[in-house]
Design a binder for this molecule. Structure first.
Ligand code: FMN
Length: 141
């Protein structure tokens, strides 16, 4: 039973680039054994992450992530049972939003800023699909 989960959160003000790298390293090290794949976006104090995998594994990880003190306001945007993965190529891919073409963000929201708290989960998921389609996701699987 595969599921896909999408959430957004706000980073604590003190989050620095080393901590962001530590989160990605940890994710890329841990996720393969748990059968988790996904992508993490970071932009201006906001995280947007999609997690895919077995239902129990995704729920276990999500509960750990919610309790992580490096971010707050964790908001579940979407949760669905799926027949196949969309992000199978990444144990945890990353998107450098600073290097994105602003028009990509403008296509999905009122401004060229990432603001998953003010758009539907469907719109945020469409953005992720666009990021994959435009090869904007980095990181080994
Ligand atoms: C935004 C964000 C995304 C994270 N993504 C993952 C992930 O994909 N996989 C993972 O193992 N840990 C991830 N973590 C780290 C977990 O929250 C947690 O620190 C880690 O799993 C270790 O948990 P433990 O100390 O309870 O064993 C993430 C943390 C944050 C803040």
């Amino acid at each position: 039973m595969l599921v896909r989960l999408l959430y957004a959160s706000r980073t604590v003000p003190a989050l620095n680039p080393e901590e962001l790298h530590a989160i990605l390293r940890r994710s890329q090290a841990e996720n393969p054994a748990a059968g988790i794949t996904g992508v993490l976006c970071y932009s201006d104090g906001i995280f947007l992450q999609v997690l895919e995998g077995g239902r129990s594994a995704v729920n276990r990880l999500y509960n750990r992530i919610v309790a992580d003190p490096r971010h707050t306001d964790v908001e579940l945007l979407r949760y669905e049972e799926i027949g196949e993965r969309r992000f199978a190529g990444w144990s945890m891919g990353q998107v450098n939003m600073a290097r994105l073409n602003p028009s990509l963000l403008l296509r999905y929201s009122a401004t060229a800023a990432l603001d998953p708290f003010s758009v539907s989960g469907e719109v945020s998921m469409a953005l992720f699909e666009e990021l994959v389609a435009t090869a904007s996701v980095m990181g080994q699987s």
